[in-house]
Ligand binder design. Structure first.
Ligand code: M6R
Length: 591
């Protein structure tokens, strides 16, 4: 994962690079670095934040040309040497790279034999040296890029500078890279957000394309070296810009956007005259005899909810964790249809699965928030969530949007499972949670923040919600947490309950409410402190939070807000970086 930026011809190159890296640090934030190209290549890097990087550069240092990088460590620890940009052995080239080179060890061996030496453990340093190696014979950077590309196996989005040339070279395969076309300047970045302050004209590079930008032009080539005629297209600033709008954290802002996201999605796909999904896709869905869902993390949790919607509509479904399925792919039924779920559309585990799906000749749908992402381009059909950019590593609004999209899709394909109007009512309940319960949730957060283990309990849809609630808490509060299906307690997990162990219980389903109350008694009698979240009709004296009644099918859409606020407040009270939790990144582009 990692983010790259580059600029040529802007007045404030350094500011663009520094601000751009901050904007892109959702892609990783283990280290940051930049290289200016003036008479010499000058590199600054820190295994630290972008602010620390900025502070380490002399105040008046700037340049006309620069490339920058924010890293999520894959090969090698987050040290200064492993940070990008990487300089080539003869100091002719500097490179920033997002992706993973699968055959880097083999290439490194070859370069070592040729007399090159390395200062880092990274796969990226191999690329810059391979380019320099080819340049020694080709004497032309574009030719060297093509020769390098022919040898590389894996994913890469690359920005490269070459001493003595006023250009930034680019090369891309299976990692995103865009050119921002300006008037008297040109930019590159991993997504459009850093560039949107400067231009709204973008070119998205396709796989195996390479070329360069200079101050006044750009030139791109396909994998065979044929010149391409690529014209920029406009992107809307509001869809691209990441800003806090007065909130302290993106996570809070994104939780509070959930109502808008649900309403927008519902009105986008449900019109007065019916559902506005791709008709061909709905036909294929209806014809299929088995639906396979693939997702990771939060998106996998959304697939559990959606899978249940489909199953209850009479279609056999199976939801799989993508990284598991990839090594034991299964295609049950005669006509399976594969649904990928991914906020980013860039998750490597899913891209691996898509390759397998294509090899077997099956069609697929991606439900994603990211237009133009690898999965969006690679799947047969796509359903965009239009939730707006989600910056916080902890996914919130995108999760709810995924569940809503699945609900609407079931309605459109089989029968009206939940009246679309119920979504408007759901939005009122979410608003009510926002207005009435933040204080209570914050109190619960302060009671549980210093605990070592926290459990979530639920059955059916409330169990799926528990899985998501637990993931959210652990990823930003670093507290060990587990979700347990109510009925499974007695089969082992209850052994973990001790005096004062917090157990957060969701009771929103009439069918299972009595059993859940039984589970509450079981954990309480072992000393647990139970925090019960229930609906009015199922509530009992002493419940921590009682929300408006709703159909239990909607619990992941409505009650997830409570779970998100809870995780947010715990992380905040513990003084952690809510939006950028340790060891994680927003797009997981490595397997
Ligand atoms: O972009 P994706 O939806 O494919 O990402 C999948 C997971 O990496 C992601 O949902 C992760 O679990 C979140 N950080 C959870 O909040």
């Amino acid at each position: 994962m990692c983010g790259i930026v580059g600029s040529i011809g802007l007045n404030k190159t350094r500011q663009y690079i520094i601000d751009g890296l901050k904007t892109l640090d959702y892609r990783g934030y283990d280290s940051a670095g930049l290289a200016f190209l003036n008479a010499e290549i000058e590199i600054f890097k820190e295994p630290e934040t972008v602010d620390k990087l900025d502070a380490s550069i002399p105040i008046d240092k700037d340049g006309k040309i620069a490339i920058g990088h924010t890293r999520w460590a894959t090969h090698g620890k987050p040290t200064k040497n492993n940070s990008h940009p990487h300089l080539s052995f003869h100091r002719e080239f500097a490179l920033v790279h997002n992706g993973v080179i699968e055959n880097f060890l083999e290439l490194k061996k070859k370069l070592l034999k040729e007399g090159f030496s390395f200062v880092s453990d990274t796969d990226s340093e191999v690329i810059v040296n391979l380019i320099e190696y080819h340049y020694s014979t080709a004497k032309d950077v574009l030719k060297s890029l093509k020769m390098t590309m022919d040898e590389l196996k894996g994913s890469y989005a690359i920005g490269l500078i070459h001493k003595g040339e006023e250009r930034i070279y680019v090369m891309k395969n299976a990692s995103p890279l865009l050119i921002g076309v300006g008037n008297g300047f040109n930019l590159i970045a991993s997504d459009a957000s850093p560039m949107i302050e400067y231009t709204d004209q973008f070119i998205e590079l396709e796989d195996k394309e390479f070329g360069y930008i200079s101050q006044s032009e750009y030139s791109l080539f396909d994998k065979d070296g044929n010149a391409l005629d690529r014209k920029p297209t406009a992107k809307e600033a509001e869809l691209v810009r990441h800003n806090l709008n007065g909130y302290d954290h993106f996570m809070l802002k994104e939780i509070e956007e959930i109502e808008t996201v649900v309403r927008r999605l519902a009105s986008l796909y449900h019109k007065e005259d019916g559902y506005a999904f791709d008709k061909e896709m709905i036909r294929k869905l209806k014809e299929s005899d088995h639906i396979i869902f693939l997702g990771c993390g939060t998106s996998y949790h959304a697939s559990l909810v959606g899978g249940r919607y489909f199953e209850e509509s009479g279609v056999p479904t199976a939801s799989y964790i993508a990284s598991e399925w990839a090594f034991h792919p299964m295609f049950p039924g005669k006509k399976p249809f594969i649904i990928f779920i991914s906020q980013s559309g860039e998750t490597a585990d899913l891209i691996h699965c898509l390759k397998i799906v294509k090899e077997h000749g099956y069609e697929s749908l991606i439900i994603t928030n990211t237009k133009g992402s690898t999965l969006e381009r690679g799947c047969t059909y796509s359903l965009l969530l239009n939730a707006g950019v989600e910056v916080s590593v902890a996914s919130t609004k995108a999760y709810v949007a995924q569940v809503v999209a699945l609900l609407l899709l079931v309605n459109a394909s089989y029968h009206t499972f939940i009246e679309p109007n119920a979504l408007n009512k759901a939005c009122e309940s979410i608003a009510n949670i926002r207005k009435s319960f933040k204080g209570v949730i914050k109190n619960i957060a302060s009671e549980i923040k210093d605990k070592n283990d926290i459990f979530y309990l639920g059955r059916g849809f409330d169990y799926y919600l528990s899985l998501e609630a637990s993931l959210k808490l652990k990823e930003i509060s670093y507290i060990h947490s587990e979700a347990i299906a109510g009925g499974e307690l007695k089969h082992g997990p209850i052994a973990l309950i001790e005096q004062g162990t917090p157990v957060i219980v969701f009771i929103t389903d009439k069918a299972t409410a009595a059993s859940m109350r039984g589970n509450v008694e079981e954990v309480k009698s072992r000393g647990a402190k139970a925090y019960i979240i229930s609906t009015k009709e199922l509530s009992k004296e002493g419940d921590a939070i009682v929300v408006d009644d709703f159909d239990s099918y909607l619990s992941s859409i409505i009650v997830s807000s409570i779970a998100f606020y809870l995780a947010y407040f715990v992380s905040l009270l513990k003084g952690y970086n809510v939006d950028k939790p340790r060891n994680l990144a927003k797009s997981v582009t490595v397997e």
